[in-house]
Design a protein around this ligand. Sequence first.
Ligand SMILES: Cc1ncc(COP(=O)(O)O)c(C=O)c1O
Length: 406
Amino acid sequence: MIKDWISQFSDNIKKYGGYSIGKLFALLSDPEIISLAGGLPSPDMFLKEEMRIASQKLLDKELESIFQYTNIQGESSFIQAIIKFLKRDNIHISEENIVITSSGQHGLDITGRLFLNPGDVVIIDRPTFAGAIVAFQMQRPEFVGVDIEDDGPDINGFRQKIEELKKKNKSPKFIYVVPDFQNPSGITMSLEKREALLDLSYEYDIPIVEDSPYRDLRYYGETIPSIYGLDQKRKGGNVIGLYTFSKLFCPGIRVGFNIGPKDVIKRMINIKEGNLLNTPKYNQDMCTAFLTEMDMETHLEKCRKYYREKLNVFLKTMESCFPIEMGVTWTKPEGGLFLWVTVPEHIDTQELFYEAIKFKVAFVPGEVFYGENPAKNHMRINFSYASKEQLAEAVKRLSGCIKKQL
Ligand SMILES: Cc1ncc(COP(=O)(O)O)c(C=O)c1O
């Protein structure tokens, strides 16, 4: 047996403490706990019968090929279906602009590997998606965060940080954003800010990584053009788009895709050669069936109605359980799966989490969503998974728990 395994580990791994959300989930095995912690879409929205039919068809017709190695970039028929899928969102790409990934998380990992050396700077929102922090962290970058505002990232804040870095002869490798119904805050970036972010990107020559898992899950308001689409209109070529089928179809399928300039995609394919080879053909073919045979638009409309109702129940119960004098505030998302609750500053939500478990309710403490210097008095709430009755009950339990801290 090696005497000291740890000293053999790479520096990247030695310095990595593990995904803190994962550790919290281990504490939620009690079935009495209503968990608002995970980012799970509801299985009620899985296209069960359609999946059975599509799966059987694949097994009947293509059993040998679906379980064979396939090409690394992705299945051609799937890529063509995605090209069409993106057209409906005014994004126009060809085959050289896309690589299929084995989920959004894989897409983030490839992006981090492509751009980051230890010490490189990534600009992010405060808060931002914890999974992105984890994925990028493997390359040991420096995160520079800017507080998010009600209408999206603080673009002037980004500019300020870029200028500060410039004085130290540094330039960020990219800016990472989730413009639509951000995880964890539920905030959506306004059109003005999307354009302003592109201006910034062109001015300083910094790529934008636009992560879009929730774009089709809008419950209120008008769709805002994607940054990728706006950049195409302006003939920029500065944006990389990250997508996943996890929230629209199902997360267990582990399929997504990255889009971007062909030189970027070519190198992402090289990275995929090393860290995965091919995404399983069966999974890709199931997603192709989702795009082409399962009446996706009707399904998405159903998802929107279903999640909108849950969001409404949640917000309504929050109104009645958290009177203004409690000093608790929350975002009111127009889509997605999450919202962000802010409690009075003296409450540390990491500690509150353990109290909440006693009240049989769980959330994710906000501090995991910061690349540096975490704020302590926030929590992420997921409203897509629990039933409406559970959501209402969870808010009551949460209110009881927080009242004890005031
Ligand atoms: C913003 C964001 N990006 C990426 C992902 C990763 O998605 P996947 O489940 O496909 O790995 C998630 C999942 O919650 C997410 O919220």
